[in-house]
Design a protein around this ligand. Structure first.
Ligand code: PHE
Length: 337
């Protein structure tokens, strides 16, 4: 009996030492100290032991039982304290502000378009719009691009029927506005245009902003002034600007406008093909044939027009090398603006 008590003692001490939770500890307590527990049966056995040994064994059993009670209560305190510490360290701070949800930002094209519009509105230009599905008359004929004209090949047009197409530029809105109003006219026309073209700098759909000013004596000098101011506002005062003679059927004389390369500051790089300049605008004085098409007297009125690609300006402004990035809606790209 004495040996059994020693084994029992070692076993229960070890179990208490191993206990990790209050629940485990309670199970141990029930197992040993409960009404039907091991110590109850030990004391029941005592009656069967010869009297001389009974006293000694009883005393030892009592001692072990008391020790077990003490150990369990000590361990209980220890586990409780550990749990409290853990809660203190990891507890939820309800005064903490919750993380903010992702807030939508403006698309880089919208940002650039907004900037362009603000600059021209400051110069007294008003916004006009026109249809994206256009007739070949407005897109070509009225702009002095007859069917036989080689310039019609300049545009890779999406035709819907022989007479109906997706506009290849915003210039048809010049005609629509001149048809319904009289000079002075001072408008800009932002909008989508379509061409059969797709590579890293061309997309089948892209955005243009057209400008048109018509009055009694408008000069090329004014055109230069307006566009120079625009370039300086959008790309910075240090940007140099170059007017290069060019051709458009609806303007005469015509020019293409280059700016010093924003990437290399004019030193020559891959973007400007080592020329130090990049093209950003087409422009010119409104061709008399266009005035005739809308019933304006070309002897009395003069004007200038210009057109620019919004994607191109955004690409140069932000150093984006692939036009597709604008249309893929990849948040990793969009979140940078
Ligand atoms: N419409 C021309 C284009 O799309 C740009 C332009 C507009 C040129 C107005 C001159 C005047 O290329």
């Amino acid at each position: 009996m004495l040996g059994e008590l020693v084994v029992l003692k070692e076993g229960v001490y070890e179990e208490i030492r191993q206990a990790r939770s209050l629940h485990e500890l309670e199970e141990i307590r029930i197992k040993y100290l409960g009404r039907k527990g091991i110590f109850t049966s030990v004391f029941k056995c005592l009656v069967r032991i010869p009297k001389e040994e009974r006293k000694e064994i009883g005393r030892l059993a009592n001692e072990i039982k008391n020790k077990v009670e003490a150990l369990i209560s000590k361990k209980k305190t220890k586990i409780k304290r550990r749990e409290e510490d853990f809660l203190k360290r990891s507890s939820i701070d309800i005064t903490l502000s919750p993380p903010l949800p992702d807030i939508a930002k403006k698309h880089p094209l919208t940002k650039v378009l907004d900037e362009i519009i603000v600059i021209f509105e400051g110069l007294g230009f008003q916004i006009e719009e026109g249809p994206e599905v256009e007739s070949s008359y407005y897109n070509f004929d009225a702009l002095n691009i007859p069917a036989s004209h080689p310039a019609r090949d300049m545009h890779d047009t999406f035709y819907i029927t022989d007479e109906v197409l997706l506009r290849t530029h915003t210039s048809p809105v010049q005609i629509r506005v001149m048809e319904r109003t009289k000079p002075p006219i001072r408008i800009i026309v932002p909008g989508k245009v379509y061409r059969r073209d797709a590579d890293i700098s061309h997309s089948p759909m892209f955005h243009q902003v057209e400008g048109l000013l018509v009055d009694e004596d408008t000069s090329f000098a004014e055109l230069k002034g307006v566009l120079t101011l625009f370039v300086h506002r959008i790309f910075g005062e240090e940007t140099r600007i170059r007017f290069r003679p060019s051709f458009f059927p609806f303007t005469e004389p015509s020019a293409e406008i280059d700016i010093s390369c924003v990437m290399c500051k004019g030193n020559g790089c891959g973007v400007c093909k080592t020329t130090g300049f990049v093209e950003i605008l087409g422009a010119g004085m409104v061709d008399p044939e266009v005035f005739k098409a809308v019933g304006y007297d070309p002897e009395r009125f003069s004007g200038f027009a210009f057109g620019m690609g919004v994607e191109r300006i955004a690409m140069l402004k932000y150093g984006i090398d692939n036009i597709r990035l604008f249309f893929e809606n990849d948040l990793r790209f969009l979140e940078q603006f």
